[in-house]
Design a protein around this ligand. Structure first.
Ligand code: BG6
Length: 491
């Protein structure tokens, strides 16, 4: 276990959803696992004037909800004593000065400080300015780190502007850009499966791989986030960050070591090697659609436009793109990336289809390797074997390797992220070059989609991929790989 320095976590936006559902319960879990530094303090910062005792009661209610009141009383007492509240009213000119004065009490607050900005993205730059203005980003006596929640910019230009602004005060080693998918154990498993099993390495090339599919589908709709979503769309919301990270982990070269620097360097290299989507062939490389009214898990649900109450929106809730990576390893291998809200099943996976065997038998199917991220964490390899009997016939059987077995720890992505933050390990956080590479690829597509006001394809909520999406495939025999049931030998 890496030793963690005593530190103070300062949570901006502490009364918001992320903090209530993930951060505070996540810190509590880490405390109960004995993974927090002994003297850690958590200072929650909010706009309203809340008494410390009331905030502590509020924390109790967050934990009661999350853990159904089932937690250790001793750990609770220890955890609650670590928690403090600080009001930072937006109209108080001296708010940050008062914050700095409060934090300077070293007998209460360890002086290594991590600021977690779970606030509106438009406030990231100004909060960093204000923190720096009162000396809170100065590392001359102790470390100072700042966590920036997703999204880091809404396009290349705004990402670069944000970067320019925060690097007036912070070094790259102080900036922790979140992509919560990197905190998922199943995503970390991609690298380990690839590089801890030498058998995969020789197969991982254009000579053997027909194509790769990187998928995130959800049965959920946009929920209450209609305004945010309509200004964002599926491409920005999911592909720019989470799916491009899955792509990078799947296709990067082996890093020299598993150090954060080496892993990030390889991810950056592969992201920067992706060929930009040709805008004059947009329709062969990209597809977008929007969900209409339908039925999900037997329940009638509204269409996107009804939820939004704006019949004119052409913002996508389904996005599929095709990329090529311009390296000798990946020459000519299409990588299909897709995401959707309100599809018939929730499924996040990487599916790799291998090239056909030279032998051709009746009913012979292809070999697939599927690394499933959620809802189940497992790796499946599908091979052809003989059907016992008098005829020479084959069928697909699956070699399933569950990544999780009874008794394994279940760690939320934010728990890993918070731990890495305190350890000063940036491997689960984004480097600015990854963020920029991703925006550079997607910006032109987003722009072209925004300018295209032609009617958008629709799919009924709860259905499979819209048939029209197949337009981006290279060959008629390519198809969208659907979610799979474990324990069955059928597709
Ligand atoms: C978020 C997106 O970043 O990730 C959401 O904004 C999406 O739209 C969510 O639903 C998915 O995360 P997870 O961990 O539930 O797969």
């Amino acid at each position: 276990m890496t030793k963690i320095d005593d530190c103070t976590l300062v949570l901006f936006g502490a009364s918001g959803n992320l903090s209530r559902i993930k951060l505070i319960p996540g810190l509590f879990r880490l405390d109960s696992l004995g993974r927090l530094p002994e003297k850690i303090k958590i200072l929650s910062v909010g706009r309203s004037d809340v008494k410390e005792s009331a905030w502590r009661d509020d924390i109790k209610s967050m934990l009661d909800i999350k853990f159904k009141k089932n937690y250790d009383a001793k750990v609770f007492d220890r955890f609650i004593a670590r928690n403090f509240y600080h009001a930072n009213p937006p109209d108080d000119e001296n708010a940050f000065k008062r914050l700095s004065e409060r934090l300077s009490d070293a007998s209460t607050f360890p002086q290594n400080l991590a600021f977690f900005l779970s606030v509106r993205p438009s406030d990231f730059a100004s909060i960093v300015d204000l923190l720096a203005g009162v000396g809170l980003t100065d590392e001359s006596k102790a470390w100072r780190r700042v966590v920036i929640e997703k999204p880091f910019g809404t396009n290349l230009e705004t990402a670069q502007a944000l970067q320019k602004s925060i690097t007036k005060h912070l070094k790259e080693t102080q900036i922790y850009r979140i992509d919560h998918y990197l905190g998922k154990s199943a995503l970390q498993n991609i690298l380990l499966t690839r590089f801890a099993n030498h058998i995969f390495d020789p197969l991982w090339t254009h000579e053997h791989i027909d194509h790769i599919q990187i998928t995130n589908n959800e049965t959920l709709g946009v929920g209450e986030r209609t305004k945010f979503y309509d200004a964002t769309g599926a491409l920005r919301d999911m592909i720019q960050s989470h799916l491009m990270q899955m792509l990078a982990l799947t296709t990067m070269e082996i890093p020299v070591t598993l150090s954060p620097e080496h892993i990030r360097a390889e991810k950056i290299k592969v992201l920067e090697s992706i060929t930009p989507i040709p805008l004059d062939e947009l329709r062969k490389h990209t597809f977008k659609a929007q969900y209409g009214r339908g039925k999900v898990n037997g329940e009638e649900v509204k269409g996107y436009l009804e939820e939004l109450e704006n019949p004119a929106s052409v913002v996508e809730t389904y996005a599929a793109l095709k990329f090529y990576i311009n390296t000798p390893r990946w020459k000519g291998v299409p990588i299909f990336v897709r995401t959707a809200k309100r599809l018939h099943a929730s499924d996040t996976a990487i599916a790799i289809k291998f090239k056909k065997s030279p032998l051709s038998l009746p009913d012979q199917a292809d070999n697939w390797l599927v690394i499933s991220i959620q809802p189940k964490e497992f790796t499946r390899f599908e091979i052809q074997t003989k059907i016992p009997g008098l005829d020479t016939k084959v069928r697909t059987v699956a070699m399933d390797a569950p990544n999780r077995i009874t008794g394994d720890e279940s760690v939320d992505a934010y728990e890993s992220l918070l731990l890495n933050l305190m350890q000063g390990d940036q491997s689960l956080y984004l480097h600015i070059n990854e963020v920029e590479a991703s925006w550079r690829l997607l910006d032109p597509v987003i722009k072209a989609w925004n300018e295209d006001k032609s009617p958008v394809f629709t799919y009924p909520a709860g259905s499979a991929d819209p048939a029209e999406s197949k337009i981006i495939f290279d060959k008629p025999e390519q198809f969208w790989r659907q979610s799979i049931e474990i324990g069955e030998n059928k597709l």
